[in-house]
Ligand binder design. Structure first.
Ligand code: PMP
Length: 460
């Protein structure tokens, strides 16, 4: 069987016949009605498919290929490690060189009060780990009933049973009987969608905080272990928090002895222009969930970074409860950790935090100039190199397009025809941008021109 030419058609058939894709309509895909593509290569901010099409990827795949595609430094590091030692487990105190070195690099970059990292494979599993560690911490403190977790509507924390319970998107709960008991959701901190149009942004924050405190008091703070939040909500629509929000949430958590899990899967390693979202907003988390940008997705790897105060309590574990009965086969995988080391070095060498701080505001300004005054544009928002444009049929009366995602689906398809990938995001009509952190202003111009053309084509 040749791997050139017509094999591609057979490959497409194998894809339909053998593969179940995430978040893809099963029957439509099996029938060949889903306009996916088989991606074969990438360089910088571009990907290529098997038909020779080239696209500027303005979403870094799933906001993860932060250093850009085709970095041979990372591929070489993985190759070297695979040849030397592809795998040994990290159970019962076993270590490997790249995992230990990467842990050091992470701790050097994390806020000073963070103490250790536990490696996993995905953002979802790292969030499961965080919940178990929060429970473990409270059991060791003699507070086993302190177990509930507060998340927020429109949050995304993963697709597992626990992480999916913390996710606040209805589609991830429906039919799975989620969320599990004890997983609560507070209101979304999105000023545009306040239910009272007369509220100022400061008054909106006041209301969010009052409602969150009321939830804590009615549940009983002695039953609540942790609050989990993305510093900037990602999948829910790229939502920078309203003025003053995070400082006030942190005050409540401190007051009621509730741990903070900062889900940095998207924000971590430079997307906001700061190393972490927590540092960007002055938070003091007890856990940071890291993944995506940690390896720029060159290999699967995640981490739960824990604070000194949590670690101090874990240190008190008795002989029968000192070991954490929680381990993934691939924790601290040497090849993934080698990819992580090479990635973090590249983030420094390429000055990607600086680029996110300078090219990010340029992207936002260009988006505002291009479509901000369009009658169907309700909001153009962003921070660092993440931005979103939200569309409504009538922003003045908060009238949505029906059904949700119909316009954003058409606009992103029209952008694709112009050679640019942007992401339609759930619950409304939102187009999200989160390009590789190495994007240049000239490439930003191409992205914005594609959006402008697409909006003109779809909405007039
Ligand atoms: N947390 C956040 C904030 C995410 O955006 C994601 C994935 N998009 C996850 C957790 C879950 O990560 P994974 O898909 O690697 O399980």
């Amino acid at each position: 069987m040749s791997l050139a030419g017509p094999i591609n058609d057979e490959l497409a058939a194998w894809d339909r016949d053998c593969l179940l894709h995430p978040t893809t309509h099963t029957a439509n895909h099996a029938r060949g009605d889903v306009p996916g593509r088989i991606v074969t290569g990438g360089k910088g901010v571009h990907i290529e498919d098997r038909d020779g099409n080239r696209f500027l990827d303005a979403f870094a795949a799933l906001y993860c290929v932060n250093v850009g595609y085709g970095r041979t430094e990372i591929a070489d590091a993985m190759n070297d490690q695979a040849q030397k030692l592809a795998y040994f487990h990290a159970f019962a105190g076993h270590g490997n060189e790249p995992a230990i070195t990467l842990a050091r690099l992470i701790m050097d970059r994390a806020p000073e009060h963070m103490a250790r990292v536990y490696f996993g494979l995905s953002g979802s599993d790292a969030n499961e780990t965080n919940v178990k560690l929060a429970w473990h911490y409270n059991i060791l403190r003699g507070k086993p009933e302190k177990r509930k977790i507060i998340s927020r509507w429109r949050a995304y924390h993963g697709s597992g049973i626990v992480s999916g319970s913390m996710t606040g998107l209805k589609a991830y709960h429906a039919r799975f009987h989620l969320p599990l008991e004890g997983f609560l959701h507070a209101a979304t901190p999105h000023y545009l969608r306040r239910d009272d149009a007369t509220l100022s942004e400061a008054a909106f924050t006041d209301r969010l905080i009052a409602d969150l405190e009321a939830m804590m008091l009615s549940e009983g703070p002695e039953t609540i272990a942790a609050f989990i939040g993305e510093p900037v909500m990602g999948t829910g629509g790229i939502l920078p928090p309203p003025e003053g929000y995070w400082g006030r949430v942190q005050e409540l958590l401190d007051r009621y002895d509730i741990l903070l899990i900062s889900d940095e899967v998207v924000c971590g390693f430079g997307r906001t222009g700061s190393m972490f979202g927590a540092t960007h907003y002055g938070l003091k988390p007890d856990f940071m969930t890291i993944a995506k940008g940690l390896t720029s997705a060159y290999a699967p790897l995640s981490g739960s970074v824990i604070s000194q105060r949590v670690f101090d309590v874990l240190m008190q574990g008795s002989d029968d409860f000192g070991a954490l009965a929680h381990g993934w086969t691939y924790s601290a995988h040497p090849v993934s950790c080698a990819a992580g080391i090479a990635t973090l070095n590249l983030v420094d060498e390429l000055g990607l935090l600086g680029n996110a701080s300078s090219t990010g505001p340029y992207l936002l300004q260009r988006l505002r100039d291009a479509v901000g005054s369009h009658p169907n544009v309700a909001e153009v928002r962003g921070v660092g190199l993440m931005a979103a444009v939200e569309f409504m049929e009538d922003p003045g009366t908060f009238k949505w397009f029906e059904p949700p995602m119909s316009m954003s689906g058409k606009i992103s398809a029209a952008m694709l025809r112009r050679g640019v990938i942007a992401r339609p995001m759930p619950e409304g009509d939102i187009i999200g941008f989160a390009p590789p952190l190495c994007i240049t202003p000239q490439e930003v111009d191409q992205v914005v021109e594609a959006l402008q053309g697409a909006v003109q084509e779809v909405l007039g």
